[in-house]
Design a protein around this ligand. Structure first.
Ligand SMILES: [Zn+2]
Length: 445
């Protein structure tokens, strides 16, 4: 059976849903995702579905809906977090919860991260239900709370306490699907891996003393030296497979000269100099974050009196682990940079996610993208941050980071993500709705 639901009616419904979702303030904390959940619940019910609302805490709403299939194949899950990060209205051109339609875009916190995916997914589910489609695999939608603060009240809660509702063979969520421009050429990303998290407390001890008599070996001086060294040297470069594949895919479709330079990014000794040459600082940081483990010093604490040299100084490190490395591998590298005087304590850790490219769903996405956008190759991508993938892969789903949206050259996805003036081009959103509808229907029907 072949059906296409990628039409005007679907696009209009998705856009309407997006606008209504953006008008609901789900800034986390406190989140208050329940309001967005109620809106989606009403939509899904009107299409004949029977969604389930699950609150992990009062106001922390999650919603799961299922379009029943024949069970011939295992389910496909579409998932989006409904919370957003804070927005400072004074820095925005249009108020962040106005969902203003201006300059060809819908403006609002969550427009690309990721109420767009929630709106598209729910519109697709509603449409398939209205058409009376009985797919060969169940199609599940999970709208979740709390991703921006670590997933505890959202995807982790669902996977740990209501596993049977969200278990699926594949999950499509955030982490890729947007296009990036490299060497003037557009590429669409699919997230195939994401880094792990390792948050640490570092402690340095030294001789305490009176502030009137400075000491070279004070805890504060030693801590500052360790932080400065970490900032200057960083962690060793050792590109993971996901980055090697990323570079290979880009190099293959560049001019001869650029295609020859790119693979040098994989060489630990040449890479730092080469990235330094890049004119674009945000691109420079993004590439550097993909080339190995990273450690950012963030919180610093020492002393509480101006005239007392404290005996202890502490700082916190936001560490991110490349797929393939363990916590011990990371700690070994970090100790080599910080030196033996710095003690490390683990505060929080989440493992990296790796999904080999080349599953049937990756292939199908490439097939659809090749039909609609033959000029923009699809490339595998590793996200330096984390997503709900950590929760859903822990119960066996294969994660496909693919929330399709087409961005024009002058609006960069990476700058809007958690940035001021987050917005989505209406035509880029409609493009994404069509692509997702095609991918989903071909995969499940
Ligand atoms: Zn997000």
């Amino acid at each position: 059976m072949s059906i296409s639901i990628a039409d005007e009616q679907l696009r209009a419904h998705a856009l309407d849903l997006l606008i209504r979702l953006l008008k609901i303030d789900t800034t986390n904390p406190p989140g208050n995702e329940i309001e967005a959940v109620r809106l989606l619940d009403a939509e899904l019910r009107a299409a004949g579905l029977e969604p389930i609302i699950l609150e992990s805490d009062p106001g922390r709403g999650n919603i799961v809906a299922r379009l029943k299939g024949t069970g011939e194949k295992r389910p496909l899950l579409l998932t989006a977090h409904l919370d957003v990060v804070e927005a400072e209205p004074e820095s925005w051109k249009y108020p962040p919860f106005s969902a203003e339609l201006a300059e060809g875009c819908v403006w609002g916190r969550g427009a690309i991260d990721m109420k767009n995916h929630a709106a598209m997914s729910v519109a697709i589910l509603c449409r398939l239900a209205r058409e009376g489609v009985v797919p060969k695999r169940d199609l599940i939608f999970a709208g979740v709370a709390d991703e921006e603060a670590g997933c505890r009240k959202g995807s982790l809660f669902l996977c740990e306490e209501h596993r049977e509702l969200v278990e699926a063979e594949y999950a499509i969520g955030e982490g890729g699907g947007f296009n990036i421009y490299i060497g003037g050429k557009s590429f669409f990303t699919i997230q195939v891996a994401e880094k792990g998290v390792l948050w640490l407390r570092a402690r340095v001890k030294g001789e305490p003393g009176h502030g009137s008599m400075p000491r070279e070996d004070s805890a504060v001086v030693k801590m500052s030296e360790a932080i400065a060294k970490l900032g200057r040297e960083g962690m060793p470069i050792k590109p993971p497979q996901a980055f090697i594949d990323f570079v290979g895919a880009i190099a293959g479709s560049q001019s001869k000269a650029a295609g020859a330079i790119l693979p040098k990014l994989l060489h630990p000794r040449v890479a730092p100099a080469l990235t330094r040459l890049l004119p674009d600082p945000s691109m420079k940081r993004a590439l550097a974050a993909m080339m190995g483990n990273t450690a950012s010093p963030t919180v610093v604490r020492a002393g509480n009196k101006t005239n007392v040299i404290p005996g202890v100084a502490e700082f916190e490190i936001d560490g991110r682990i490349v797929p393939g490395d363990t916590v011990d591998d990371f700690l070994r590298e970090l100790r080599a940079v910080l030196g033996p005087e710095v003690e490390l304590e683990i505060l929080h850790s989440l493992p990296p996610v790796v999904e080999r490219d080349g599953t049937e769903l990756h292939e199908l996405i490439r097939e659809v993208m090749n039909e609609v956008e033959p000029e923009s190759p699809v490339i595998p991508y590793m996200l330096p941050g984390f997503t709900d993938a950590k929760a859903f892969t822990s119960i066996g789903a294969k994660w496909i980071g693919f929330s399709p949206v087409k961005m024009p050259k002058d609006i960069r996805f990476a700058d809007l993500f958690h940035g001021h003036n987050e917005r989505i081009p209406v035509d880029g959103f409609e493009f994404g709705t069509n692509v997702l509808a095609e991918v989903v229907t071909r995969f499940i029907v």
